[in-house]
Design a protein. Structure first.
Length: 165
């Protein structure tokens, strides 16, 4: 049985993340989507909100081997504590690659039990980032197709409060 962990900020989850989860759920026996604190990012959605948004999205998609939780500490060590041999990350462009290469190499040194596996973004989602969704929603733009339908209204409602102009 091979378990995989997909760590990230998911602020909020997008259809790009969902595509990675769908593909991983076909490849691995169990997939844990884990919300990790990222010191380089200030999140808009609380940890509880992000867990709930992912749980509802995963439920609506009907993935029965996907679990959602919030993690602590180093993601590679948290993955191991869950019994995961694989850590999943996504790559959209060269800009992701450079950062992800550095992280995966550091994780390789930190923990020899967990292997990072990269999923290349589906072309139709390669532009999609949580930051893009938030920016469009902040100004009342249409995020249809960018986030799961079941969370669209909540994302729009939350971002209304952040409109700066
Ligand atoms: P983090 O703060 O860990 O980068 P993100 O939620 O931004 O968290 O992303 C989690 C992972 O999913 C990262 O590896 C990122 O490159 C990947 N990812 C994000 N959006 C997409 C997308 N549209 N297609 C494929 N992978 C993606």
């Amino acid at each position: 049985m091979i378990k995989a962990c997909y760590p990230g900020s998911f602020d909020p989850i997008t259809n790009g993340h969902m595509d990675i989860i769908a593909r991983a759920s076909r490849l691995f026996d169990e997939v844990y989507v884990v919300i990790m604190h990222n010191p380089r990012k200030q999140c808009i959605f609380t940890e509880e909100e992000r867990v709930s948004l992912i749980e509802r999205s995963v439920k609506a998609a009907g993935f029965d081997n996907v679990k959602v939780l919030a993690g602590t500490g180093l993601s590679v060590n948290f993955a191991q504590s869950l019994g995961c041999k694989v850590m999943i990350r996504g790559i959209r462009a060269v800009s992701d690659y450079e950062f992800e290469l550095q992280q995966a190499t550091a994780n390789m040194e930190l923990n020899h039990e967990v292997e990072t596996v990269f999923f290349i973004a589906r072309p139709s989602f390669s532009f999609l980032a949580s930051s893009v969704v938030k920016e469009i929603a902040e100004y009342g733009g249409d995020i249809e197709g960018m986030v799961p339908d079941v969370i669209k209204d909540e994302v729009m409602d939350k971002m209304k409060d952040f409109q700066t102009l």
